[in-house]
Design a protein around this ligand. Structure first.
Ligand code: ZN
Ligand code: ZN
Ligand code: ZN
Length: 742
């Protein structure tokens, strides 16, 4: 028998035909001898032809991967030009091997090895004997992963028992009070969370327990929150259950209650579900809602911030069928979990597109799942929107916001408006003032992190990074200029490399500048900034969110981070400070990205009562902005689709972007030109080559070109073949969410 196998941990797309003396399953991991080296391989299929290696033994003794997934991974590899073995590796967390126990069983009634540990066997009878018995098929080795499962510390859950009036009668220490306040806002909280966020130890909890104030529990209490669905929501649930297509696009405005739809479908079908969210910070609130609604379900959590043993624990529970709902980010898709349905919440989010060493769009794989998939979004993917319009996907629409109306949005023409501080209009400042006076919180969106850029007063030169061709960002609190691409740092006090002047302006704005300006405008108010520099890990972000929920924060200044599916009932006013730069990026996705950003940001306002939003712009006549302000998704999508059809952009054609890196400026360009010339011989539609948006990064010169094609797989192969003749490093990506990120 010959099998086609993919090789683990290799950077190529190639697969190999190998022979085998025994039958192996599709998706099974095997030990392969290839070019006299032993490698771990994944079995793809039986195949005829000339073999180049052989399967030595099984690794797991069975396949953990379902057939459709194996096929989907292979397809994704050729569509995205991604290394196939590395894609398969995503299905097996690192360190898994250490948790397997190998056991010896007899095939032959003459021997009686009923699952004796392999190591013991070798000690007792020797390696030679084992080989002999294996050769004669008298025994076989099986992996057992049940017995040596990792044992992460069991979690404890804490919640209040006493009522508010009972608590107020008791005398509490400062620390005890801290815990009580926290529980009042957060309901049920894990001990880990209390320890990490409040810095308290278990003694404090035990004291409170003795005072009969709280309960410490090993399980989350079954507080069933019966949710009443609106008629519209009920109809959508019914439509999904009766849909003839297994792929559903749930297009619902922000705050329309998509989560309730997902959970109702899970409840009514009793399906095992994979539930994907775009951000780690959204997992917790999702799990809480599941527990409140479906307390009997066994929930697993999977994301990249888990420790190795936590990952393996969830992986094993999934494999053993001990999970009903697996909630996680992109990486959770690859856990071999035998789900009946998949929910992709905020399906448009770019985090579903992995742009690292291995590049793929997890939506591509999910589309190949044979069961029910619900793709949910207020601003769907264009390709899914088109599929739904064409009837290839079931389209379900939720136009009403659950409980409230969409916020009232005003556009502020920055060309005419009076400005109180640089880049902020009087209208916005006055509105913030009123909002704070009435005890509410405000969110301000700023595109860039840091304080500002620095421009020479004499010649207008903007200070740039010496390693990358990008502007340096000034960080006022630290007094430093930083490069956001390579991390280069310099003192604020330098000489203009262009003219030698030492006088500079602060030009443009970032989160830090808005934070400082508002602190000056509203002294005594708690003004907090979130961007990836201040909030590096998601736990910190959660602390900030909790403060925002509880009204402790007055003004939150943030980048895109703040736009992702968060539900903040205390915020009624949102100000979008700067967006103009986004739509001027020469990228086929930039206006779509701006549209989404505006719809999502504005959608954060007024989840409880009708909110307001301001958008400051110098381009008030921009079509994208006006569609976004009306929250007219369908109108905008039709407009955008028409434009893309004319220009032959996705979803009508696929684009392949190739970025070429070179240490030498001229050589890099010459090589890229030659590559493109070769490709042009094959009658392809190619844009470029040109300098990349950021022409120089970490002392590499970057060039790129774009191929528009409907034969991605063939063209990928062609490109990779041609490029292999050049000594250049490249990055190839298919339909990336943005062309200019790196
Ligand atoms: Zn920075
Ligand atoms: Zn100068
Ligand atoms: Zn740099």
């Amino acid at each position: 028998m010959n099998y086609e196998v993919a090789i683990s941990n290799k950077s190529f797309r190639k697969t190999f035909l190998v022979k085998s003396e025994f039958v192996v399953e599709k998706g099974e991991r095997v030990l392969v001898r290839l070019n006299n080296k032993k490698e771990i391989g994944y079995v793809l299929d039986r195949k005829k032809g000339n073999f180049v290696g052989e399967i030595i033994s099984k690794v797991d003794g069975k396949s953990f991967l379902r057939g459709w997934l194996v096929d989907a991974v292979v397809e994704a590899s050729s569509f995205f030009g991604a290394p196939v073995g590395k894609l398969f590796d995503l299905c097996f967390p690192k360190g898994l091997e250490n948790y397997f126990v190998e056991r010896v069983y007899s095939n032959n009634p003459l021997y009686d090895f009923n699952g004796i540990n392999l190591n013991e066997f070798v000690e007792k009878y020797g390696e030679k004997k084992l080989k002999e018995l294996l050769k004669n098929d008298a025994v076989y080795i099986k992996k057992d992963f049940n017995l040596k499962a990792p044992n992460p510390r069991k979690e404890l859950y804490v919640y209040l028992k006493a009522s508010l009036s009972e608590i107020s009668e008791k005398k509490l220490t400062k620390k005890q009070k801290k815990v009580v306040d926290y529980l009042l806002v957060n309901d049920i909280v894990s001990y880990t969370e209390l320890r990490e966020f409040l810095g308290i130890n278990k003694d404090v909890l035990l004291q409170l327990k003795r005072k009969d104030i709280l309960i410490i529990d090993k399980k989350i209490p079954q507080k069933v929150g019966r949710v009443l669905l609106s008629d519209n929501q009920k109809k959508v649930v019914e439509d999904i259950l009766n849909a003839s297509s297994s792929k559903v696009l749930l297009y619902g405005v922000t705050g329309s209650g998509k989560t309730e739809i997902y959970l109702s479908v899970i409840e009514q079908t009793n399906y095992k579900a994979l539930y994907l969210v775009p951000e780690v910070s959204l997992i917790e609130q999702t799990v809480r809602r599941i527990y409140a609604r479906l307390p009997e379900k066994k929930v697993g959590i999977y994301h990249s911030y888990l420790t190795k043993s936590q990952k393996i624990d969830v992986w094993m529970r999934a494999v053993k069928g001990d999970i009903d709902i697996l909630v996680g980010t992109r990486s959770a898709f690859f856990v071999p979990f035998d789900m009946d349905m998949i929910v992709v919440d905020e399906e448009h989010d770019e985090s579903y597109y992995q742009d690292g060493e291995v590049i793929y769009d997890v939506n591509f794989l999910i589309e190949r799942f044979p069961g029910l998939v619900i793709f949910g979004s207020a601003t769907p993917r264009l390709d899914h929107y088109m599929e739904a319009k064409n009837g290839n996907m079931k389209l379900c629409i939720l136009k009403e916001r659950y409980g409230t109306k969409l916020p009232n949005v005003e556009i502020i023409n920055m060309k005419e408006e009076k400005k109180v501080i640089p880049y902020v209009s009087e209208v916005v400042v006055e509105s913030v003032k009123k909002e704070l006076e009435s005890g509410k919180s405000v969110i301000l969106f700023v595109r860039r992190k840091g304080y500002s850029l620095i421009m020479c007063q004499n010649c207008g030169h903007i200070l740039k990074c010496p390693n990358c061709d990008v502007s340096l960002t000034y960080h006022k609190a630290e007094g430093k200029l930083k490069c956001h691409i390579c991390g280069f740092e310099a003192s604020r006090y330098m000489v203009c490399p262009n003219c030698g002047s030492v006088l500079f302006y602060e030009k443009g704005l970032g989160t830090e500048r808005i934070e400082l300006e508002f602190q000056k405008l509203f002294p005594g108010r708690n003004i907090v900034r979130v961007d990836t520099e201040v909030v590096r890990d998601f736990k910190k972000f959660q602390v900030i969110l909790k403060k925002l929920y509880s009204g402790e924060i007055d003004v939150l200044v943030g980048t895109k981070m703040i736009t992702k599916g968060l539900d903040v009932p205390t915020v009624n006013l949102i100000g979008v400070i700067d967006v103009d730069a986004i739509q001027n990026i020469p990228d086929y996705n930039s206006s779509l990205n701006l549209f989404r950003l505006l719809v999502q940001v504005v959608g954060r306002a007024g989840r409880k009562e009708r909110g307001r939003a301001f958008v400051q712009t110098y381009e008030k006549d921009s079509e994208v902005i006006s569609y976004a302000l009306k929250q007219d998704v369908e109108g905008y999508y039709e407009y955008e689709l028409k434009k893309r059809k004319d220009l032959r952009y996705p979803p009508f054609q696929n684009i392949i972007q190739v970025i070429v890196f070179s240490k030498d400026k001229n050589l890099g360009y010459e090589n890229t030109k030659k590559i493109v010339e070769e490709l042009r011989k094959h009658n392809l539609e190619i844009l470029g080559p040109t300098e990349f948006f950021i022409p120089k990064i970490k002392n590499n010169f970057l060039y790129h070109f774009i191929v528009k094609t409907n034969e991605v797989k063939r063209v990928n192969t062609l490109i990779l073949e041609i490029i292999s003749k050049f000594p250049t490093k490249i990055k190839l990506r298919v339909n990336p969410p943005s062309l200019y990120t790196i």
